[in-house]
Design a protein around this ligand. Sequence first.
Ligand SMILES: [Zn+2]
Length: 610
Amino acid sequence: MKIHLLVCLLLLALFTACKQETPTPASPDPKADPHSFAQPNLAVAKHLDLSLKVDFDQKTLSGTAAWTIENPGKASEIIFDTDNLDIQKITLGKEAKEAKFHLVAPDSVLGSALRVAIEPTTDLVTIHYATRSDAAALGWMEPSMTVGKKLPFLFTQGQAILTRSWIPCQDSPGNRITYNANIEVPTGMMAVMSAENPQQISPDGKYSFKMDLPIAPYLIALAVGDIAFKPISGRTGVYAEPVMLEKVAWEFADMEKMVVAAESLYGPYAWGRFDVIVLPTGFPFGGMENPKLTFATPTVIAGDRSLVSLVAHELAHSWSGNLVTNATWADFWLNEGFTVYFERRIMEALYGWDFAEMQDELEYHELLAEMEDLDSSDTQLKIDLIGRSPDDGSSMVPYQKGSMFLRMLEQKTDRGKWDAFLKSWFETNKFTSKTTEDFLAFLQKNYLDKYQVTANVEEWVYKPGIPANCPVPQSGKLAAAKKAADNIANGFPDTNNWTPQEWVHFIRSLPENAEVATFKKLDEKFHLTQSTNAQIQLAWYEVSIRHGYVTEILPQVEDYLVKVGRRYLVLAVYRALKETGHVEDARRIFAKAKPGYHAVSWGSVEELLK
Ligand SMILES: [Zn+2]
């Protein structure tokens, strides 16, 4: 809280010192994105030339963001989104004429509007700035938080509205931009971006990047560290710390097969290369679909290729999300529901129906469980986010309910017709951003009317809960695992060849009245506390704690919480500790783990444990 106040005061002081005049405000666009101050209908930033120096000691990026703009309506100002940036100077045109600007007092969710006075002919706005050490998008990892322990590591996370905390930009997913970047890093380190990437370390620490396909600003991404590259196929490969590189390459050996499967479903891969970088454990998410270069958590490197659906998911975003993008964050299900559906189809193509169905059913159960805790209006596919953080909409609903909606529609005809329809959606709308209503109109005309079928579309999209015609995934293997859990009092099951998915379902299905002794015996036989599969660890630790099997496993739980930084994997374990009277243990472990967590993770845990 103090940091925020200090920042406000600094910004205020900076602004007062410059004695800038406020340019005349532009008239608002009624269709504007509620999570962006920019008014791109008046003056729009189209192309970014970014030039930044990475300083690991100060934990800052500093340099310039030069925006090529269009101003057809001859507006007298252009508005950018910023959050916690130190804006030093702004110039107009190649002649670098100094501009007047006004950094508006920050909103706690949206950051500060940066209003820059421009001339009718201005085509270039160059912003000289630096980030602050607590910039929300930047994950600064100390060497001790990496696997190699040699060099520090930096990664960015732009989604949903964090790009504005490291680049002043018109930060709406409805806005598409291209970019070039020059990034200078300490020698011996590699920099990679959501762009054409190097495969070797540059001896002088200087790297140049180009992204010439139009992307939403949340997809601008940068990672810097002790990074090496290994190809998987001609157009796919992996980046990771050198000590992990071989393991990562083995885990993701099927990347090319995934791209081939995806292309055969929904058309050509548009982005050239598809590479994945595995980040340090502090990365708070599973994966982030940055174009050309997916960012991934190390927790999917299970050593048995059991968690590679994450790569299929991020690859699917190359169509749903990156090629056709949600126009606002209220349309987030267009990104995620499509992607979960598409991920399932890729998994099915590679590993068969049974495996895909198993995954789907597990996530369906997660959806039902999470929905119990949500306000009913947040269980609609399109939700109202006005005045709220876009992250409030990031539940399992847009993901799994969205995917179920598409599966329901698929079953109205057959896969031939449905796949042709989806392919035409991507082809017709590539490199554009779409609203829910755009999709529903397209669906009506090109699918429902065309094949003369009806569907309760309004109910699925605008009403809470799960409609009665939801296709419920049913996996025979999971049913067997549940039966084994139901019968645990009568003895242990034969778990030979169980996948991690079966283990997770077995653990989560253990009876509510199962005794601590049962957990002890299960642990003695199957060594679940010692598992190295993060999904099994999450389920086992959470369920064990809730059944009172805590003291015995607490050292391993602590080790897990300190080593794993992914929000989804740690939050439920902290919650289980808190809700079973172990909040002091939870706080003690969190104090130790926090320096290794990204703000996205520690913010959520701190909120839980306060
Ligand atoms: Zn996703």
